[in-house]
Write a protein that binds this ligand. Sequence first.
Ligand code: PLP
Length: 450
Amino acid sequence: MHRDLALAKAEASRILDIVRKPEEAITQQERERIARDTTENFANHINKGFLQYRKSVTESGGFAVTEWMGQGSILRDVLGREFIDMLGGFGLYSYGIRHPRIVEAVKAQLDRSPQYSQEMLDPLRAQLGKVLAAMTPGDIQYGFFANSGTEAVEGALKLAKFHTGKAGFISTLKGFHGKTLGSLSVMGKAMFREPLLPLLGNVRFAPFGDADAVEAHLASAKAVGEGIAAVIAEPVQGEAGAVAPPDDYWPRLRELCTRYGALLIADEVQTGFGRTGAIFGVDHWDVAPDIMCFGKALGGGVVPLSGFMSTPEIWKVLEPNPFMHTTTTGGNPLACASALAGIEVMFEEDLPAQAKAKNDYLMPRLQGLAERHPGIFREIRGKGLLIGLEFMSGEVGYKVAAGLFSRRVLTAGTLTNAECIRIEPALNVPYDVLDEMLNRLEDTLRGIAA
Ligand SMILES: *Cc1c(COP(=O)(O)O)cnc(C)c1O
């Protein structure tokens, strides 16, 4: 596109003029224009690929579904069509969309200071460190905050290398830890790594849930003199499709890491803050990792926030020069206000218990659906409200995801990745919304069998 400053200025104002209006003052014509412009802008300025892969574009006819607002577990597009949110932003919206208490705290902080000066001491970040220290298992006490989950993982990997002076890592097959270069090095999927090799050297992969395989790697690395800084895993694999490990897996990882002098990193970016029916995923097995990574729900679903935390003993290595790892906007006051309000909500609404109870509610009903419609599901699994529906094939999965979408239920599962659909709603999703989702799912399954 040729440089055209007048166009840039006019286009910036055009959308903001609408955003600044009260909702009822936005005309139908303006709404249709936004829907049309958004499709065109995605094609011309974001990535044409999305228009092929997204159900929102391929299945909606007329106007693509263009996100506009949301509240709780309901999303509304710019034309006013309502969707039930069963995707929860892949774990971002654990407290629901725009939880009033969280929005209120963020607005209050916005009127004081949205970012920090970089020089004075900022109180909210310090307080969040204290709050999380009191919530995390074991001796975890110090935290560093950033914006995205992958940055939390990057920091955790760096800390493990700093502290141990070793370079190797053991990760899990199908594990997901983010897509920046360091995190990709511990990603357990060829598709995302292969074009970028070489990544960090000396990373070994074990099947998720297989502690014997981790032990074999630790033993062989030791035998050939290659140091392992850390073992990293998700408590319950999220991206891989809500896969919970055997109950002895995390306790054994803890014991192995201690025995071999490697650190244990729990990537709780998706599982943290109630998602799996406990505050943290590792709480199911009473394991205290050496380093924990947080993201997604940590920011309360309003302002992005991530972080990694560790023990005083391990953190010492960062103390002589705290500038060895920094980021300008991480843990900014707006994000911390959002996170602290989210934590308040998590406690007040007892969201871990809600996640557990709703798993108990959904599982038998989903199994019932699978029995009434044989030949569609391969497995239904998960912990808390991190539930995976695995289908006989990617085609069947896509039909279900698309059928749900046309019935206005939002789930993950796109053309490229539909073998497993995740059900990952807000933890405070009302039961009648779950019932409605189940009805629409059954209706979808009837359509597929026919
Ligand atoms: C989403 C996710 C990440 C990456 O977070 P981003 O904010 O997308 O960078 C890392 N680890 C796990 C377990 C995740 O689910």
